[in-house]
Design a protein around this ligand. Structure first.
Ligand SMILES: [Zn+2]
Length: 52
Protein backbone atom coordinates (compact mmCIF):
# COMPACT_ATOMS: atom_id res chain seq x y z
CA UNK A 1 0.00 0.00 0.00
CA UNK A 2 1.24 3.44 -0.89
CA UNK A 3 0.69 6.43 1.27
CA UNK A 4 -1.21 9.17 -0.49
CA UNK A 5 1.08 12.16 -0.50
CA UNK A 6 0.13 13.85 -3.70
CA UNK A 7 -2.90 12.60 -5.54
CA UNK A 8 -2.43 11.66 -9.15
CA UNK A 9 -4.75 10.18 -11.73
CA UNK A 10 -5.06 6.40 -11.51
CA UNK A 11 -4.68 6.09 -15.24
CA UNK A 12 -1.05 5.02 -15.74
CA UNK A 13 -0.80 6.75 -19.09
CA UNK A 14 -2.08 9.99 -17.60
CA UNK A 15 -0.93 10.43 -13.98
CA UNK A 16 -2.04 14.02 -13.92
CA UNK A 17 -1.74 15.63 -10.48
CA UNK A 18 -5.20 16.00 -8.97
CA UNK A 19 -4.31 17.76 -5.75
CA UNK A 20 -5.43 21.15 -7.00
CA UNK A 21 -8.69 19.86 -8.42
CA UNK A 22 -11.98 20.20 -6.61
CA UNK A 23 -13.21 16.75 -5.64
CA UNK A 24 -16.26 15.66 -7.57
CA UNK A 25 -17.53 13.97 -4.44
CA UNK A 26 -16.54 13.96 -0.76
CA UNK A 27 -17.99 11.60 1.76
CA UNK A 28 -17.20 10.31 5.21
CA UNK A 29 -16.91 6.74 6.29
CA UNK A 30 -15.95 5.38 9.67
CA UNK A 31 -12.41 4.99 8.30
CA UNK A 32 -12.01 8.56 7.19
CA UNK A 33 -12.84 10.93 4.43
CA UNK A 34 -12.99 9.79 0.84
CA UNK A 35 -12.64 12.09 -2.12
CA UNK A 36 -13.46 11.20 -5.68
CA UNK A 37 -11.71 13.17 -8.38
CA UNK A 38 -12.70 13.02 -12.00
CA UNK A 39 -9.69 13.67 -14.20
CA UNK A 40 -9.97 15.37 -17.55
CA UNK A 41 -9.10 12.01 -19.14
CA UNK A 42 -12.32 10.59 -17.67
CA UNK A 43 -10.74 8.40 -15.00
CA UNK A 44 -12.19 8.65 -11.51
CA UNK A 45 -9.65 8.38 -8.68
CA UNK A 46 -10.80 7.88 -5.11
CA UNK A 47 -8.53 8.82 -2.22
CA UNK A 48 -8.87 7.98 1.45
CA UNK A 49 -7.79 10.42 4.11
CA UNK A 50 -7.57 8.62 7.38
CA UNK A 51 -8.37 10.39 10.56
CA UNK A 52 -5.30 10.90 12.70
ZN1 LIG B 1 -6.20 11.30 -15.96
Amino acid sequence: MMEQLGTTCENESCERPLGDEEPMLVYETEYGERRAYECRCGTVTVTVHRRE
